[in-house]
Write a protein that binds this ligand. Structure first.
Ligand SMILES: C[S@@+](CC[C@H](N)C(=O)[O-])C[C@H]1O[C@@H](n2cnc3c(N)ncnc32)[C@H](O)[C@@H]1O
Length: 298
């Protein structure tokens, strides 16, 4: 990632608006017994997607504070909140050193943030610290590795070696990213254990029920956003990550430079074949992944 590109810039496209079914989140709000007018903290808020969803589940008397290390995202989140008249304030800060008093929020939450942190368990301890007694910690994090076997129609017919090259590439990159202290991309399945070690009670794990068809002519808003992302990534030197990060993580995960070159050519060729199938209107798949909601009470 270029040094002047703010964190996660590749992942803030329209695709992000289709991650959750709203009626599923309403069900979750009932299961959790979300207070009507909570003070909510959204850690690593980005441009505010997740925080706005949380606000939509509670009354207009709720308030939300969002914190992110990137000034550009804080500014953008504040601009959107002002435009929509939301009771949300945003500030710059580090998830590893939350600048809030102990026990100051009813709900503390984050979405796809722990996957980026060197010490996610320490960050969770900080989130617990600023949570009122009886308050709820809610974390939405994926197990991304499972996505490497969501093949779709085009890739299902690929040689097995090609599919396995993808899985190996992703596994070694995830291990390497973690070894370099840049986060664990499949941390979702480890978060419940962290909650338990922090002494949270009623630890529960749920899974997003969002799965969407991706069928020609890819006309629904979710399909159009997915199509745009897949074509954009295929047309550039980009896989799930840019070449530079992918190579760094692959090597740190135990892969060799020669294997990286071979596998990069494989995954890029696959992306381009899928892009060609989308352009020809022959690709069919389901967009889904293992995306967990983990909750517990202080
Ligand atoms: C994938 S985005 C998620 C944004 C938002 N939670 C959402 O779901 O739309 C990850 C966010 O975490 C932020 N971030 C990464 N490390 C951070 C840290 N140490 N402290 C605060 N924010 C951080 C990034 O700037 C980015 O906005």
């Amino acid at each position: 990632m270029a040094a002047d590109t703010p964190h996660s810039a590749e992942y803030f496209g329209e695709q992000r608006d289709f991650w959750w079914n709203h009626d599923f989140l309403e069900l979750m709000a009932r299961r959790w017994g979300l207070p009507e007018a909570p003070r909510i903290l959204d850690v690593g808020c980005g441009v505010g997607h997740w925080g706005r969803l949380m606000l939509s589940l509670v009354s207009a008397r709720a308030t939300l504070v969002g914190i992110d290390r990137e000034p550009k995202w804080v500014e953008e989140a504040a601009r959107i909140a002002a435009l929509q008249g939301l009771p949300a304030q945003y500030q710059q800060g580090d998830a590893a050193a939350l600048p809030f008093e102990d026990e100051s929020f009813d709900v503390v939450t984050c979405q796809t943030v722990l996957i980026h942190l060197r010490d996610p368990e320490a960050a969770l301890a900080g989130m617990r610290r600023v949570l009122k007694r009886g308050g709820l910690l809610i974390v939405a994090e994926p197990q991304n590795l499972s996505g490497s076997l969501m093949l779709g129609k085009t890739r299902f017919a690929s040689p097995a070696e090609e599919v396995l090259a993808h899985v190996r590439m992703q596994l070694l990159c995830e291990r390497g990213k973690q070894a370099l202290g840049e986060g664990h991309n499949s941390i979702g399945e480890l978060v419940p254990g962290m909650f338990a070690r922090l002494g949270l009670t009623g630890v529960a794990v749920y899974q997003s029920d969002m799965a969407s068809p991706f069928l020609p002519p890819y006309a629904s808003p979710a399909e159009a956003a997915q199509k745009q992302q897949l074509l954009d990534w295929a047309d550039r030197d980009f896989w799930y990550w840019d070449r530079e990060d992918t190579q760094r993580w692959f090597l740190a995960g135990g892969g060799s430079a020669e294997e990286f070159e071979r596998n990069w050519a494989v995954v890029r060729a696959t992306s381009q074949r899928v892009a060609a199938a989308i352009r020809a209107g022959t690709e069919e798949s389901v967009q889904a992944g293992a995306f967990f909601l983990i909750s517990g009470r202080r």
